[in-house]
Structure formats: C-alpha cells, structure tokens
Design a protein around this ligand. Structure first.
Ligand SMILES: [Zn+2]
Length: 64
C-alpha cells in the first residue's frame, strides 16, 4: 500500500516552508495538521484536515 505525501510547498502559506510529511494517510493528516497549526498558525483543525484530504499526493515509488 502506497504512502501519501503532504508537501508544504503546495500548502497556501507565505512562510516558504518546504517540509514534506509522508506516511499512511491518517498519519500524514495528524502530523500535517499539527504542523500547520503550530508552524503556520492555522487555527481551524477541521479546515486543515479537509484541505489535506483533498490535496495529499501519492508518494513517488523509490527507484522508479
Ligand atoms: Zn510547513
């Protein structure tokens, strides 16, 4: 089962953050929501989760 990726470069932010978080979708959403709220100052966790569910990418297979 492929992992999913949240890439901060896709996230609407003005900080220029380039962090990527990868893992199982549920793990990525938990970690990325925490990151968005602590680092980017987002206050609405549900809004962040909704955005993430629509914007996670499949991790590129290694060695492909
Ligand atoms: Zn970030």
């Amino acid at each position: 089962m492929g992992r999913r990726v949240a890439d901060c470069r896709d996230f609407p932010s003005e900080s220029g953050c380039t962090l990527t978080i990868s893992g199982e979708e549920d793990e990525v959403i938990v970690a990325a929501t925490h990151h968005a709220m602590t680092v980017h100052g987002h206050e609405d966790a549900e809004e962040v989760r909704t955005w993430l569910r629509g914007n996670l990418k499949d991790e590129a297979p290694l060695g492909a």
